[in-house]
Design a protein around this ligand. Structure first.
Ligand code: C2O
Length: 506
């Protein structure tokens, strides 16, 4: 593979993505940021300069395995110190997987203020199409920066977000508003279809709390990948997309009207918002038309979970092997008072100046409770498996999109109710593989992954409020191999030195 180099500046920008002006946080001034594109096997070298005045940052390459490379996973307090204002950190990793993903800040709630972008790795094709339309970002969007809403969120239920964006844009009605920030001029995302062609669209949910049901009026979607894993194609009218998940779909331009709505239907059963029907874009067959479509579409349901497991059959079959040698461990999610979530009765609250891998490097591996560490033992062969059952014991009935860093996991069980210790019901034969899956409310999610990547890997709910409320833990995998596997320690040592020299101001 070749080496591809990118330069990104993290900055505060005043923008009005939907016609309502506010302070945002961007890569190079745009939402989403610039596309990072590589071929399978390439090496990526990405320079991140923090040009914020008053905040740290840290960038995560969602779903990228960072094989033997934990120091570039981008989690403050786990794999690095935050990048201080004025400092630059260079992330270096190999594209060992292919498909569609996104990169985003992993520092507090920053990504929801706009600090995110597309990451595409081209690999072998598993379906035919004529044109690649790239990533399609579906997000919720507030008129107040999420970082300001955090003061409300940490005391109670998440605050309401006003609207949502499709690829960073939408409209908001300012006609009756005397609010000075409501400047108008927002636009719908638009794309043009040529009749008879097939388009590849890479849908990603980049919300802070919204669960989306995605559809395009008058068109079916042929789904060819979930997260970074190609699947056996299946057809659907609409797609349930949990936060962090991606679906690559092929859409055939076979409809007859001039214009159609493309819909990010906010499933309001999972969270409240004010304007759920407005999160739309437009597909035009007639590119001279400026009219709004008159098409009707599917009704948004109340399912807060994932696409059905039986639809998500990996294209390259892989079974969970050696399972008899593994004992499954239960991790229990509990919601406690004062809006705190625990896993195994601890919440994750990290010391940014003393990240896990730095402690490992310095041989300080008695873990403070707040680090919420679950060790995964040293292994002799990469064919050994870790199996975990995550049980929601909170009794709240809320679904949680659970994301694991450093691994795609095999989904071997996902149901409501209490996990039955009889493990014979687990599905070990080519189960779905991905990097985000829903933990059903009052239910369980059973996952398996190969113990083949030494590092400290976060497992967390991708509802950003919940992650900030402590709903996260870290697997310290093959601890004694971590320091050996790191290719570059200067990077995080310098980043920590700059962070330590910086005094955060409000
Ligand atoms: Cu999309 Cu822990 O991240």
């Amino acid at each position: 593979g070749v080496t591809r180099e990118y330069w990104l500046s993290v900055e505060n920008s005043t923008l009005a993505p939907d016609g309502y002006e506010r302070l945002t946080c961007t890569f190079n001034g745009t939402i989403p940021g610039p596309a990072i594109i590589a071929d399978w096997g390439d090496n990526l070298v990405i320079h991140i300069t923090n040009n914020l005045e008053h905040n740290g940052t840290s960038i995560h390459w969602h779903g990228i395995r960072q094989l033997n490379n934990v120091e570039y996973d981008g989690v403050p307090g786990v794999t690095q110190c935050p990048i201080a204002p004025g400092d630059t950190m260079t992330y270096k990793f190999q594209a060992t997987q292919y498909g569609s993903t996104w990169y985003h800040s992993h520092f507090t709630l920053q990504y929801s203020d706009g600090l995110l972008g597309p990451l595409i790795i081209n690999g072998p094709a598993t379906a035919d199409y004529d044109e690649d339309l790239g990533l399609l970002f579906l997000s919720d969007w507030g008129h107040t920066p999420a970082s300001q809403l955090w003061d409300i969120a940490k005391l109670g239920a998440p605050p309401t977000l006003e609207t949502g964006l499709v690829n960073g844009t939408n409209t908001w009605d300012c006609s009756d508003s005397d609010d000075k920030a409501c400047i108008g001029g927002g636009k719908k995302f638009e794309t043009v279809f040529e009749a008879g062609k097939k388009y590849r669209i890479r849908v990603v949910n980049t919300a802070i709390e919204a669960h989306f049901q995605f559809s395009i009026d008058g068109h079916n979607l042929t789904v060819i990948a979930n997260d970074l894993v190609p699947i056996v194609p299946y057809e659907t009218e609409s797609l349930l997309v949990s936060i962090g998940q991606r679906y690559d779909v092929i859409v055939e331009a076979s409809a007859v009207a001039d214009n159609y709505w493309l819909r990010a239907g906010w499933v309001t059963a999972c969270s409240a918002n004010l304007n759920p029907t407005n999160i739309t874009g437009i597909v035009r067959y007639d590119n001279t038309s400026t009219a709004d479509p008159t098409s009707t579409g599917i009704t948004v349901g109340s399912n807060c979970g994932d696409e059905p497991l039986e639809s998500l059959v990996p294209y390259l079959a892989m079974n969970v092997g050696n399972y008899t040698e593994v004992t499954e461990e239960a991790l229990s999610f509990v919601f406690t008072n004062y809006f705190t979530w625990t896993i195994n009765s601890s919440s994750l609250y990290l010391n940014w100046s003393d990240p896990t891998i730095l402690r490992i490097f310095n041989n300080e591996t008695i873990w403070p409770t707040d680090y919420n560490v679950v060790p995964i033992d040293q292994v002799d062969s990469s064919d050994e498996w870790a199996v975990y059952v995550i049980q929601d014991s909170s009794n709240l009935g809320l679904d949680h999109p659970i994301h694991l860093h450093g691994h795609d996991f095999w989904i071997i069980g996902q149901a409501t109710g209490v996990f039955d210790v009889d493990t014979s019901a687990l599905n070990l034969i080519n189960p779905p593989r991905r990097d985000v899956a829903t933990l059903p409310g009052n239910g369980y999610l059973a996952i398996a992954f190969r113990k083949d990547n030494p590092g400290s890997w976060l497992l967390h709910c991708h509802i950003a409020w919940h992650a900030s409320q402590g709903l996260a833990m870290q697997f310290v995998e093959s601890e004694t191999d971590i320091a050996v596997s790191m290719t570059d320690t200067a990077a995080f040592e310098d980043v920590c030195a700059a962070w330590d020299a910086y005094t955060p101001t409000e």
